[in-house]
Ligand binder design. Structure first.
Ligand code: ADP
Ligand code: MG
Length: 241
């Protein structure tokens, strides 16, 4: 069952064509990785899924929502889709637990007790049960990113989008964040992630899509990494990125 579908999506910023007829489909429970050079349109594709960007042409459906429809219920879409970025954007004056409980309390009307239970559950999920009372500045970058993931999980989304969530982290901290994501994947979460972590894409992703010049250049399972069909993907994989 497809939970995300893009059909012939076009998007330009002024004269710059960023998405040039992008189509792909993500099934429930899939871990869908998007790779490609900087500027190839990966983040824009992800942002269009959550309607952080509007598309010029084409169609996007996410969890039954017609994202490109003017009558879209944006609030409901955002409840179904969690998104995590490279920058964690935690509130510095709130503890980890308070950061996490905020949206469920205010956007989902959870009671204090429900929010507390949720917070405990998602903190355990990202391996930070002992950091509930810590402020962001008392946490490492990797821990802050795990809190940001927990904050998204606390909204109980149907799908999670990740945009280069480990790019700002050193290798050791990257590993702990990738482990949390691999656990989520193993738990059946539907995930779309833009990543430079080729080994994660190869080992965890069910499908990997290579974007080039705003197009879906190549798409496949883990075997794609051993047998790239296009010269562009061959070159990309060989460049050590
Ligand atoms: P990627 O994530 O693959 O690096 P992006 O989707 O972020 O690529 O960007 C694709 C192209 O679109 C880049 O040339 C970028 O500079 C441009 N771009 C992205 N967002 C905007 C924006 N809001 N306004 C103008 N240009 C943008
Ligand atoms: Mg990007």
């Amino acid at each position: 069952m497809s939970v995300i579908t893009l059909e012939n999506v076009h998007k330009s910023f002024g004269a710059l064509k960023v998405l040039d007829g992008v189509s792909f489909s993500v099934n429930k429970g899939e871990v869908f990785a998007i790779i490609g050079r900087s500027g190839s349109g990966k983040s824009t594709a992800l942002r269009c899924i959550d309607r952080l960007e509007r598309i010029d042409q084409g169609r996007i459906r996410v969890c039954g929502h017609e994202v490109s429809d003017p009558g879209l219920d944006l609030r409901q879409l955002r409840l179904d889709v969690g998104i995590v970025f490279q920058s964690y954007n935690l509130f510095p004056h709130l503890t980890a637990a308070e950061n996490i409980a905020l949206a469920p309390r205010h956007s989902k009307g959870k009671t204090r007790a429900e929010a507390k239970e949720l917070t405990e559950r998602v903190l355990a999920q990202v391996g930070l049960s002992d950091k509930a009372g810590s402020y962001p500045e008392q946490l490492s970058g990797g821990q802050q990113q795990r809190v940001a993931i927990a904050r998204s999980l606390a909204m109980e989304p149907q799908v999670m989008l990740f945009d280069e969530v480990t790019s700002a982290l050193d290798p050791q901290l990257t590993g702990e964040v990738l482990k949390v994501m691999a656990d989520l994947a193993a738990g059946g979460m539907t995930m779309v992630l833009v990543t430079h972590e080729m080994s994660f894409a190869r080992n965890v992703a069910t499908t990997t899509l290579f974007m080039h010049k705003g197009r879906v250049w190549e798409q496949g399972g883990p075997g794609m990494f051993d047998r790239p069909e296009t010269a562009e993907l061959q070159q990309f994989l060989g460049s050590g990125l």
